[in-house]
Design a protein around this ligand. Structure first.
Ligand SMILES: NC(=O)c1ccc[n+]([C@@H]2O[C@H](COP(=O)([O-])OP(=O)(O)OC[C@H]3O[C@@H](n4cnc5c(N)ncnc54)[C@H](O)[C@@H]3O)[C@@H](O)[C@H]2O)c1
Length: 368
């Protein structure tokens, strides 16, 4: 008996669904991470990239996508390219003008974090997106990590009871060449707005359903280690609406494994460490992340009683890949944004309040 290989293949493997054409604006560090994931993503296809630098355009050509020097020229070609959504991965100060241009053309936007460089800019983006009915998603990618999602579900179903206290560490040593770029030595380029905003967003997202919003921020910052204009370290206290308190420490000038990037293993260029970077404690239990150790009393509660440790093991999934899958689902109206612009705006407000509180030396109140 002979087999018709072509017929067999056709019968066995159905035609894969078409990949949704998307564009990328900004081919820097994080832009290229998105581009790499698009190359093998089953649901989205990168078809165009805009970056004013020759290096950015050369990169676009090297991965076989249309290269543009100006994002407006790319957007003018949206119809011909069949674009269904855009990723914006440009410097913070450009998020507003670039994002508004995308929204004006009715294109759903996955905006890199923070949503914008200022609260005014962020509000303008959210207002424009709402008025146009265009989805604005912000790339707080940790919300797409199965570890975060499991932790949020555990907390929502009462595993730790009412949140009481939390501690988050975001401390590492950034290498000296990182600071060759001037903006990383200036206000806004430090660990609070670059890194800690991810932890702030994650904590809000995890605790929010049980603890309410962050309503007060206290902080101290220091630039004593590197001596730059921007902070290299910060100590922060957050108060949540229902009374929970959280302390967050960040430093990019301290030797330390205690941070989400090294602990969670989201990106291969961070050597993973078997540690936790967040400890959450409530009226009924305590939970660590990213290892998802849950501590509870099986019987009577009290510090002399035995605690039971339960551990959740998860299959690992790349949150950046998951975020792209979500972008397509939102663009097609099948899902609501996991991190909508206004939610990310609140994380930006809390992060900016860290600087205000540190400068004033007193707590900053935020509306509940
Ligand atoms: N989600 C994350 O984990 C993560 C990590 C790093 C950076 N970010 C965010 O991503 C954004 C970019 O950060 P980065 O570290 O990649 O910066 P970067 O400086 O490495 O890259 C920015 C790129 O944007 C290009 N650019 C500037 N203006 C442009 C414009 N008008 N149109 C098109 N391209 C333009 C630059 O030429 C550069 O290639 C920032 O908002 C940052 O906060 C997020």
């Amino acid at each position: 008996m002979t087999l018709d290989a072509t017929a067999t293949a056709t019968a066995t493997f159905p035609t894969p669904p078409a990949r949704m054409p998307i564009a990328l604006i900004g081919a820097g560090a994080i832009g290229r991470m998105h581009a790499e994931r698009c190359l093998t993503h089953p649901a989205v296809q990168l078809v165009a990239l805009a970056d004013p630098t020759e290096a950015g355009q050369a990169y676009a050509r090297s991965i076989g996508v249309a290269a543009f020097a100006d994002h407006r020229a790319l957007l003018d070609a949206a119809g011909a390219l069949g674009l269904a959504a855009v990723i914006v991965a440009t410097p913070n100060a450009t998020h507003r003008p670039v994002g508004l241009d995308c929204i004006a053309r009715g294109l759903p936007v996955l905006m890199e974090k923070p949503v914008a460089g200022s609260l005014d800019d962020g509000a303008a983006l959210c207002d424009a997106a709402d008025a146009a009915g265009v989805p604005l998603l912000v790339a707080h990618h940790r919300r797409h990590n199965p570890i975060s999602q499991r932790a949020r579900a555990l907390i929502a179903e009462g595993a730790i009871g009412r949140p009481v206290v939390a501690n988050v560490l975001a401390t590492w040593m950034k290498p000296a060449p990182y600071f060759d770029l001037a903006w990383r030595r200036e206000p806004g380029g430090g660990p609070v707005l670059i890194n800690l905003i991810h932890d702030i967003d994650q904590l809000r997202w995890l605790l929010g359903p049980r603890a309410g919003e962050v309503v007060s921020v206290q902080a101290a910052t220091s630039s004593a280690q590197r001596g730059f204009e921007v902070e290299d370290s910060a100590a922060v206290i957050l108060r949540f609406e229902q009374g929970a308190l959280a302390t967050l420490l960040t430093s990019d000038a301290a030797v330390s494994p205690w941070n989400w990037d090294l602990a969670a293993g989201e990106a291969a260029h961070y050597p993973q460490q078997a540690i936790d970077s967040a400890h959450l404690a409530g009226s009924e239990g305590a939970l660590t992340l990213p290892r998802l150790n849950l501590w509870r009393y099986d019987g009577a509660a009290g510090w002399h009683e035995p605690l039971t440790l339960r551990h959740t093991a998860l299959h690992r999934r790349d949150p950046y890949v998951e975020q792209l899958t979500h972008l397509r689902a939102v663009a097609e109206g099948r899902e609501a944004p996991v991190c909508p612009g206004r939610d990310a705006l609140r994380s930006l407000e809390v992060a900016l309040a860290v600087h205000t509180a540190a400068a004033r030396g007193e707590p900053v109140s935020l509306a509940g």
